[in-house]
Ligand binder design. Structure first.
Ligand code: ADP
Length: 256
């Protein structure tokens, strides 16, 4: 393995990720865990843990991103997630497009040109119904693992439309659908449709330039991927390790 030269940390609302890159910008190590209330200590432990994994005596230069980035003492630079996801995805894929990052509590659309420059971006951090939180709430309510939701949505024979525009009301709607004996997978499919509708509407505000690139934890959901493709008619592309893209971009910036 080539020597780790820089770290990036993405202190997200749902998960914390750290990534190591070598001097050429290749990803050479990572750690990911659920975000805990004491982010400052968690970030320090994660950085030290990754350094130990890689046999380093100390943490190399680090850049922080994510909603908790200001709490990361070890990082000399703090950079927005827009910049980091764009940088990470452009480097990982080698081309631009419209990048959609869907995390646990926010979602962003970023239009990246052929040189890697961010041309425009939009963000939703006000409404949970357009984020991974909607899926997490439903998974908990239905007793289904978040990682299984997408395949269940795709396997559903039919679809229950979810009309509520808010996570709390969507949950009430789901409870009444269950009470009426609706098929669970059909409810899950309807919920994915509702999330995708919101995300695509946001992405359209920055312009849909092919291909459609997905990053963030929700990119791991095959139901969201398939429905995004269906809703836009565009090919959906994933960088390797989509959930690590913010931290990867941060690590690349720490190399600069
Ligand atoms: P943030 O950076 O905002 O803290 P992430 O980018 O890690 O959040 O995304 C978290 C979301 O990713 C969760 O709300 C969940 O919906 C989704 N997710 C995480 N792991 C998986 C998985 N294995 N399969 C499908 N979805 C996942």
């Amino acid at each position: 393995m080539t020597h780790p030269a820089a770290f990036g940390i993405d202190a997200g609302s749902t998960t914390c990720k750290v990534v190591a890159v070598d001097a050429a910008g290749n990803l050479v190590g990572s750690r990911l865990e659920a975000t805990r209330p004491r982010l400052e200590e968690q970030a320090a432990a994660l950085l030290a843990g990754l350094a130990a994994d890689l046999g380093l005596a100390s943490t190399p230069p680090a850049t922080a991103t994510g909603y908790g980035r200001q709490l990361v003492r070890e990082a000399a630079r703090k950079v927005t997630e827009i910049t980091c996801h764009a940088r990470g995805a452009f480097r990982a894929l080698g081309h631009g497009g419209t990048l959609v990052d869907i995390g646990g509590q926010d979602a962003k659309a970023i239009r990246i040109d052929a040189t890697g420059r961010t041309v425009d971006f939009a963000m939703n951090d006000k409404c949970a119904a357009g984020t991974g939180r909607l899926l997490e709430h439903t998974a908990a309510r239905l007793g289904v693992a978040v990682a299984d939701l997408g395949n269940r949505a795709l396997a559903a024979g039919n679809e229950e439309p979810i009309s509520s525009t808010c996570t709390v009301f969507a949950e009430s709607e789901i409870i009444s659908l269950i009470g009426r004996g609706a098929d669970l997978d059909a409810i899950i499919r309807g919920l994915h449709r509702s999330l995708v509708g919101r995300i695509v509407a946001m992405a359209r505000t920055v312009g849909l330039t092919p291909p459609l690139i997905l990053s963030g934890g929700v990119a791991l959901n095959p139901g969201v991927r398939a429905m995004m493709q269906e809703a836009t008619g565009m090919t959906v592309i994933l960088p390797p390790h989509p959930q690590l893209m913010g931290a990867y971009g941060a690590a690349l910036l720490a190399l600069d």
